[in-house]
Design a binder for this molecule. Structure first.
Ligand code: GLV
Ligand code: MG
Length: 291
């Protein structure tokens, strides 16, 4: 699975933000053409995205563009403008069904061919942010080989439901918990909604920690100051790595002695615990954290 812990939004019409994005420490830079761009600026934003994707890619970044949803009539022209060999993929807002991903697929295939990209190589991150999409989230996750992760959008979700958004977030507890389960069933990553109080780092830490405990593999940022906390939250900590190593070592010793479970620090350790520890160590290694 691709490592995607942090994805930062950069509005496509903001040259100063795009310039600053060169130094953002995010796993993916997401140039946005959708809801952070006002209607009158959509064409400017897509032209600026075309210009900036190669520049950001040249800085060693994976760059995606979030295009407007299929019902806006803007999607095709946006894809035609931004697809290039420097692009990592496309994110599609307000997906309603598997059919939307099929349509996106059929729009991307000829553009990849024209850009001398391998057909199917551009990745896709669909937004699960309507009731319909939440219901079909697993099918959407599995709808194309292109899908690397699904994203939960709490703002649009509450809009679609006709309910208020609160700081505590109990109104989205069910879909927010559901998206990582659907993602896991579809064998893709799960990315949590942005945390909108961008000047409150402690609240972000708590919110991101909750998302990780639910099974999210990463989270969107709307401000660069959020990236350090997000990257840290979705990476195993030194203590977790240390404990996982002790579990694996103790298990190896127990197995060698013909035992199928053991006690470590007063806790039972059996096969699923060992598998979790092995997975955590493999992930730590994938992000260069295991020494
Ligand atoms: C993000 O796109 C959201 O709607 O929350
Ligand atoms: Mg949205």
């Amino acid at each position: 699975m691709e490592v995607i812990r942090s994805v930062i939004f950069v509005p496509g019409n903001r040259a100063n933000m795009l310039e600053r994005a060169r130094s953002f420490d995010a796993d993916i830079i997401m140039v946005d053409l959708e809801d952070s761009v006002p209607p009158g600026e959509k064409v400017t934003a897509r032209d600026m995205a075309r210009e900036w994707v190669p520049t950001l890619h040249a800085e060693g970044k994976r760059v995606m563009v979030r295009v407007n949803s299929l019902d806006t009539g803007l999607t095709r022209a946006e894809l035609e403008t931004v697809v290039s060999p420097d692009l990592y993929g496309i994110s599609l807002g307000k997906v309603e069904s598997v059919r939307d991903i099929r349509t996106l697929d059929s729009l991307l295939n000829p553009l990849e061919a024209a850009s001398e990209l391998e057909i199917g190589s551009l990745r896709v991150i669909p937004w699960i942010e309507t009731a319909k999409a939440a219901w079909d989230a697993r099918a959407i996750a599995e709808s194309s080989q292109r899908v690397v992760a699904i994203a939960f959008g709490a703002e649009d979700f509450t809009n679609d439901m006709g309910i208020e958004r609160t700081d505590a977030g109990e109104e989205v507890a069910v879909p927010r918990a559901w998206v990582p389960v659907a993602a896991r069933a579809g064998d893709v990553g799960a990315l949590d909604s942005p945390f909108v109080r961008f000047q409150d780092p402690e609240a972000l830490r708590e919110d991101a920690g909750r998302a990780r405990r639910m099974g999210y593999t990463g989270k969107f940022a709307i401000h660069p100051a959020q990236l350090e906390i997000i990257n840290e939250t979705f990476s195993p900590s030194d203590e977790e790595i240390e404990y996982a190593r002790r579990v694996v070592d103790a298990w190896d010793a127990a197995e060698a002695g013909g035992r199928g479970s053991l006690a470590l620090d007063g806790r039972m350790v059996d096969v699923p615990v060992v598998k979790r520890a092995q997975n955590l160590l493999a992930f730590a290694e994938a992000i260069g954290k295991a020494s």
